[in-house]
Design a protein around this ligand. Structure first.
Ligand SMILES: NC(=O)c1ccc[n+]([C@@H]2O[C@H](COP(=O)([O-])OP(=O)(O)OC[C@H]3O[C@@H](n4cnc5c(N)ncnc54)[C@H](OP(=O)(O)O)[C@@H]3O)[C@@H](O)[C@H]2O)c1
Length: 491
């Protein structure tokens, strides 16, 4: 088979008329084309049921790309890019549609060998049927050119459904053809966690239980549930944010260094650290997790007036390995928070002996802290003690700041640009492997089962625009720790 870069590629987007395609996928492809980052000619074919001519879809996408690509949009470049976009109306439930689609793709490809990347951007309930029909129609067969599939999140709703979906996938595709996407992994700041840890010598020697007291990973949103009640009532914050984004951030912050940056080496280490997370008994789940619900959640349209769905959750996990033994990793996420922020806080231990005591108790000295801001601010802060000038030996907290935007003049690329480029070139380092997804569900399912099946109390109520229920502060203090609540300051 020819190397990828010599081969034209066709990206087929199932769910073409949907939100993700117009808001993220097409703007990302357009910007990659503008930056000349695509190695080979790319054509895009959108598939959904709504009848549309090519021209209609192009016009619609021209408007949305202008809106979502922002200053990167340029009319002439769009006009040059638009002819590579095509539309095919069809229902994925019908096997015969795939035969027709394949014939249409072959006609576009003009009988030349062409790589294909299928993007599943429909409701997740349609993933199994699309995958099955791609297999049965011969469209997954890589003897006719590279065939790959990107599967959007969520990948299953529990371990069992994730396993079933993996079985369905592997009946049609080999694992190396499969790209399970979590757009957090395409963010520059998430990738920078790996560079920070493994591209420097000064952090890794202290990145362990000897120096780190706890790690807090937060993914808070200001928005409320809004029109997503039907989905949210089933998923809650836990399935929506923890199984994918928060556990992915945990793996980047805690995994061992891979010996090289390739898909399997990276993912082997991620799976290893997920497997080392200590399983909890039901009583331990109750003690090590906390649920919250914002005050007006039950009044949202479509929400059960007695709903116990958590819109906030905090979880304390322990990693049973040499590096992290007895270091709690706190994960938390909520809707209706005082600000939108995703951040990793690495809280270092206090100095073993404080000679500058001046009558202060050790708790008044803030220990070193490393703050990695993922979004919307993108940067790193390191907090450390300095002497207050013109005092005897008084100390105060100071900080070093690194802001991505100061060191990079252009707009930081949206995560989808990076991930689409990687999938087109076959690099799966930033995509989840089958065992990784299943191991993540193995961590999440027992907690969810205790919450759903055993807990008879309501989640703790909290006000909108707060940092969650006040009980969260007492909860973390029982282990001698404090939340680091800081709205993004790096702009
Ligand atoms: N939107 C986001 O920002 C976002 C972010 C991360 C992940 N995701 C994930 O991405 C996926 C798509 O999200 P979305 O927001 O784009 O959904 P959406 O707006 O509801 O779009 C769903 C698409 O599926 C098509 N469709 C439905 N039934 C079909 C059928 N039988 N045959 C062919 N096409 C069919 C719809 O078009 P027709 O009605 O015309 O057929 C529509 O184009 C979801 O799994 C979501 O969880 C979305």
């Amino acid at each position: 088979m020819k190397p990828d870069r010599d081969m034209a590629q066709t990206m087929v987007i199932f769910g073409a008329s949907g939100d993700l395609a117009s808001r993220k996928l097409i703007p990302a492809l357009y910007q990659l084309e503008c930056k000349k980052r695509l190695d080979c000619p790319l054509r895009v074919v959108g598939v959904s049921r709504t009848p549309m001519a090519d021209e209609q879809w192009r016009n619609k996408l021209g408007e949305t790309t202008k809106k979502f690509a922002g200053t990167a949009f340029d009319h002439a470049s769009w006009e040059a890019f638009a002819p590579s976009i095509h539309y095919f109306s069809g229902d994925v439930d019908k096997l015969e549609m795939f035969g027709n689609l394949d014939a249409y793709l072959q006609s576009l490809e003009g009988g030349n060998e062409s790589g294909r990347l299928y993007y599943l951007s429909t409701s997740p309930t349609l993933y199994p049927v699309i995958i099955r029909h791609l297999g049965r129609s011969g469209m997954a067969d890589s003897s006719r050119g590279v065939r790959r599939v990107i599967i959007e999140k969520p990948f299953g709703s529990n371990l069992e459904s994730a396993r079933q979906l993996n079985q369905e996938v592997h009946a049609s595709f080999d694992e190396d053809q499969v790209f399970r996407i979590d757009h957090y992994l395409g963010k520059e700041t998430v990738n920078n966690v790996l560079v920070l840890r493994f591209g420097n010598t000064i952090f890794e020697p202290i990145w362990n239980r000897n120096y780190i007291g706890n790690i807090q990973i937060t993914a808070h949103e200001e928005v409320l549930v809004g029109h997503r009640a039907a989905f949210y009532e089933k998923a809650g914050v836990f399935r929506d944010m923890f199984q994918n984004h928060l556990l992915q951030l945990l793996t980047f912050a805690t995994m061992e260094p891979p010996d090289h940056f390739d898909a399997d080496a990276v993912r082997d280490e991620k799976v290893k650290v997920l497997r080392a997370i200590r399983a909890m008994t039901p009583d331990e789940v109750v003690a090590n997790t906390l649920r919250g619900q914002y005050r007006s959640y039950r009044d949202e349209p479509g929400v059960d007036p007695l709903s116990r769905t958590a819109t906030y959750a905090a979880v304390r996990l322990m990693i049973d390995n040499w590096r992290w033994k007895d270091v709690p990793i706190y994960l938390r996420s909520g809707k209706g928070m005082s600000c939108r922020t995703t951040q990793i806080v690495v809280q270092f231990r206090r100095p073993p002996h404080m000679m500058f005591d001046h009558g202060k108790t050790p708790s008044m000295f803030e220990a070193n802290r490393l703050l990695i801001q993922i979004q919307p601010a993108e940067g790193i802060q390191i907090y450390f003690q300095t002497k207050v000038p013109d005092t005897d030996m008084q100390m105060r907290q100071s900080e070093f700041k690194f802001n991505f935007r100061d060191s990079y003049q252009g707009d930081l690329p949206d995560a989808y640009q990076r991930l689409l480029l990687d999938a087109l070139s076959g690099d799966a380092s930033l995509f989840a492997r089958n065992d990784e997804v299943e191991t993540a569900w193995q961590i999440i399912d027992p907690i969810r089962r205790v919450w759903d099946d055993f807990l008879t109390t309501d989640p703790d109520c909290y006000e909108i625009s707060s940092w969650g229920p006040s009980s969260a502060n007492d909860w973390i203090r029982q282990w001698g720790h404090e939340w680091f609540d800081l709205c993004p300051v790096l702009r």
